[in-house]
Ligand binder design. Structure first.
Ligand SMILES: [Cu+2]
Length: 139
């Protein structure tokens, strides 16, 4: 008799806790919908972090390019930008497939990337040779 009542009590508790657990989960998707996914890329002497950027084709991103160095760098990915749908308001930030990022500054470009594998480099003299190259993979 005692064993059965313990099992029943445990079962009732499990039902209660699972009921509570569902409440915060239900609220999460609606809060996230509508906003662009942020993809941050850090530029330094002489590196991109991450070196390999993975994005989802057809998904809206806020590409945040942050230069933390005391000198200028750029985010050059001509084929990537040519294939992507760049938000018109941000198009002026891209010249010849390059985003020029002054020292200690951050620029954000909103875009929807197209599937493909693209080269990423910094075109400042010698920077790619020193390690400023990467890859953007859109699947
Ligand atoms: Cu550079």
């Amino acid at each position: 008799m005692r064993k059965i009542s313990i099992i029943l009590a445990a079962g009732a508790m499990a039902l209660c806790t699972s009921g509570y657990a569902n409440q915060p989960q239900a609220a999460a998707p609606s809060a996230a919908s509508g906003a662009d996914t942020e993809q941050r890329v850090e530029l330094s002497n002489f590196d991109f972090n991450p070196k390999e950027i993975h994005l989802q084709a057809g998904h809206a991103y806020a590409l945040v390019v942050a230069n933390q160095a005391s000198g200028g760098h750029n985010f050059a990915a001509r084929e990537f930008f040519a294939a992507a749908k760049v938000e018109p308001a941000d198009a002026a930030l891209i010249t010849d497939g390059e985003i020029e990022v002054p020292a200690m500054s951050t620029l954000t470009v909103h875009l929807v990337p197209a599937a493909g594998s693209y080269k990423l480099v910094c075109t400042h003299a010698g920077h790619a040779f020193l390690g400023m190259k990467g890859k953007i993979v859109v699947e």
